[in-house]
Write a new protein. Sequence first.
Lengths: 199, 72
Amino acid sequence: MEIRYSGGKIDISEKRITLLDRFVLDFIRVLEHQTPYVIVSGYVAILFGRSRGTEDVDILIPTMEKAHFTLLHDTLLSGGYEFLNAEDAGGLHDMLTRKMGIRVAKKGQYIPNIELKFLKDEIDRQVFQDRREVALPDAQVFISPIEIQIAYKIHLGSPKDIEDALFLFEIFGTHLDRGRLKEQMKAFHVSGDEYGIIL
Amino acid sequence: MELSFDRDAHLQERLAFIRQYAAWIKRTPDAEWSRQQADLIDSFIENARNMPLSKEAYLRIVDGRKRNSWQV
């Protein structure tokens, strides 16, 4: 796979859809009727071929009023999903406004699940504003800019996160905006030098 | 008993593997690398679905992991 761009989208439309992809695409089909979103963190690396599983997929959405969130909540429940947190719609909305994540899964199946959060700070807002569209077979998803993702993963710092960062750096190679990546590294106070992520 | 596990050496070994793996992905058609990836991920999901775990127990595990490690 050489990274291809088609009509402004990152094109991996020949990719075989995994059960995890199918779970994400099904969820997004419901979500995007109610709100725009951006997928962040581990699933971004997995989408482009990283060979690891994950239990959860992190999705950021803009802050919603309680009534709007209740509509999303009810739509998800009637679509065969359940919230893993023991709260009603009001309690879940309260968690979100307190910058906590809430978890949604297909009813009776806790893995995989979606961890849904409101945009909480300037970095989240930047990720959302500059989200990138990825073309999959018969579907599109919006993901974080890769440069922010690499810096963020180094910032998290676990072996798994460093591996995700290096993987994205290697896969996107010359397609990365090096200036932006440097900026993001600075913003997160990290360097990739010791991991071979050299700018 | 003293553990002789060298975390840095292990990480560098893993990173070398990631570089090789990414290079393989880049020279392999999407249909092929994603077939192999799907075999791995689908097995993981199938196994996870068979895990006899209540949602309360699952959330306790996730919360504990977040408190005690790097996993976010």
